[in-house]
Design a protein around this ligand. Structure first.
Ligand code: SAM
Length: 248
């Protein structure tokens, strides 16, 4: 049987692709891409002439069956998505699961991932974190999800689109509190890259008052419970009160 290569592509800057990724994309029999039209320029840029087939949310079932047949016949296949690492808020999970169940080798060719890129510059605790991907689109469901996360002490990582960044930040402020430390990482590796770190209350005001800060692609990171400014203040006050009791 062949090998299913799961290949990361850039999240913005076109040079953020590894030499091994390019080599792999050149050598496989076929590349399964989320949007074949979107991926063509990338392949052109690197002189990759491997044929493309589509694997997206809407055809995943049929596409998986066809790709499995190819793999079983000994062909090697690369999976890519429109940006970053496949399967991370992108299609591919069903394909990888089916391939593994069929005993086919699946190998990663790692590279860019917006969540990890954002975490690496956010300045929030990075030893323990949770990736939550996209929040529900409707406010009630979104707030319910945020409620479930309110007590979590790990850094929370969310993906968000330009349409909803302000709404989501507002819900986060209301659920987690205005003092909770957070970071909005926008357009990473691109021309208008900005990384804002402020308490949620200030972030909401800043993004609301600047239309430019609502454009592009976003990763929102929120400090876990216990790491926010208010909690640290409260902890300081608690320690101070204890000390005062002990002082003559
Ligand atoms: N598979 C991708 C990855 O590895 O990061 C994520 C794909 S998901 C469909 C797209 C979302 O990722 C965007 O809405 C945004 O939240 C985030 N994203 C992708 N590229 C980004 C960038 N350059 N800067 C900030 N966020 C980005």
């Amino acid at each position: 049987t062949g090998c299913l290569w799961v290949v990361a592509t850039p999240i913005g800057h076109r040079d953020d692709i590894s030499a091994r990724a390019i080599e792999t994309l050149r050598n496989v029999t076929v590349i399964a891409a989320e949007d074949t039209r979107h991926s063509k320029p990338l392949l052109l840029q690197h002189n990759i002439s491997t044929p493309l087939i589509a694997l997206h949310e809407h055809n995943e079932r049929e596409a998986v069956a066809a790709i499995l047949r190819r793999l079983e016949q000994g062909e090697s296949v690369a999976l890519i998505s429109d940006a970053g690492t496949p399967l991370i808020s992108d299609p591919g999970f069903r394909l990888v699961r089916a391939a593994r169940e069929a005993g086919i080798r699946c190998a990663p060719v790692p590279g860019a991932c917006a969540a990890i890129a954002a975490l690496s510059v956010a300045g929030l605790p990075s030893d323990r974190f949770v990736f939550e991907g996209f929040l529900p689109a409707k406010s009630a469901a979104r707030r319910a999800r945020l409620q479930e996360l309110a007590g979590d002490s790990r850094t929370l990582i969310f993906y968000e689109s330009s349409h909803r960044v302000l709404e989501s930040l507002t819900d986060m402020r209301d659920v987690f509190g205005a003092g909770r430390a957070a970071v909005v990482a926008r357009e990473l590796t691109k021309l208008f890259e900005t990384v804002l770190s402020e308490p949620l209350g200030d972030l909401v005001e800043r993004v609301a008052s600047d239309a430019n800060q609502q454009r592009g692609e976003f990763v929102i990171l929120v400090a876990g419970r216990g790491d926010d400014v208010d909690d640290r203040l409260a902890e300081g006050q608690r320690v101070f009160a204890l000390l005062r009791q002990e002082l003559p």
